[in-house]
Design a protein around this ligand. Structure first.
Ligand code: MLT
Length: 244
């Protein structure tokens, strides 16, 4: 069995044909937040690229059973309950609730590949859990999609894509075929930075962007943790993600 593994930096790069398995990555910070929110007992997360669509859908939801999360430019949007910090989705706040979520890039990437047979949300926190799920599914085509920043390349998402490929190469009984050079480069990046993940996140342009608008040190530490969460956020219906 061969796993054909490809990586695309941003949503606009993804070829039209739907893949069997799609893995969306937004290390800083959307998919890290998703991994912690579900770990802390959120019932589900519904993702939106468009804020008006989010508001319209959330309006029909029981106010006791929902939370509204939105970030643009790294900042929380006025009128929403939370921004996009993985530290803000505490058990007390999210347990049993549906989170309506929109971020600058991450939720766009999740929406881009929502027609895939399997769609997983991955960060460094749950890389191993997602890799083990991919291995258990025995499928040939696996597409990894980063989120970048408004269409531009992201160092931290590529680092995580390399980390996923490295785990699959070293732990799967299948042959792993690297389909494109975006992934070859991501693998090389992982081998270069894997001893200093926090340093990589702070070197990244989005890391610098966050540092320029406030003290995000705790977010960086949280987003740089590797394999600390045994959770596989999975799309269960279009746009809706649950722990599986
Ligand atoms: C994004 O979607 O671009 C990021 O998650 C933004 C952020 O939260 O810093």
């Amino acid at each position: 069995m061969t796993i054909n593994l490809s990586y695309y930096h941003v949503a606009s790069d993804v070829p039209e044909n739907n893949s069997q398995i799609a893995v969306v990555i937004d290390v800083l910070r959307a998919t890290t937040t998703i991994s912690w929110a579900l770990t802390n007992g959120a019932d589900s997360i519904e993702v939106f690229a468009d804020l008006d669509m989010l508001r319209k859908k959330a309006d029909n939801w029981d106010s006791e059973k929902k939370l509204m999360l939105a970030e643009r430019g790294g900042k929380k949007i006025k009128g929403f309950d939370l921004g996009n910090s993985p530290l803000s989705v505490t058990k007390e706040l999210v347990a049993g609730k549906r989170l309506f979520m929109s971020t600058t890039n991450g939720t766009k990437s999740l929406q881009k590949v929502q027609n895939s047979e399997y769609l997983f949300s991955m960060a460094l926190t749950n890389r191993k859990a997602v890799a083990k799920r991919i291995i258990s599914l025995d499928k040939n085509d696996v597409l990894i999609l980063g989120s970048g920043w408004e269409g531009s390349y992201s160092l931290e998402d590529s680092l995580a894509a390399g980390a996923l490929a490295d785990y699959l190469i070293n732990n799967s009984n299948s042959k792993v075929n690297i389909v494109n050079d975006e992934l070859n480069a991501a693998l090389a990046l992982w081998h270069y930075w894997k001893g200093d993940i926090l340093g990589c996140l702070k070197t990244a342009t989005h890391g610098k962007r966050l540092t320029s608008i406030g003290n995000y040190d705790d977010d960086f530490k949280c987003c740089s943790q590797l394999d600390c969460l045994n959770i596989v956020p999975t799309q269960v219906e279009k746009g809706v993600i649950r722990a599986s």
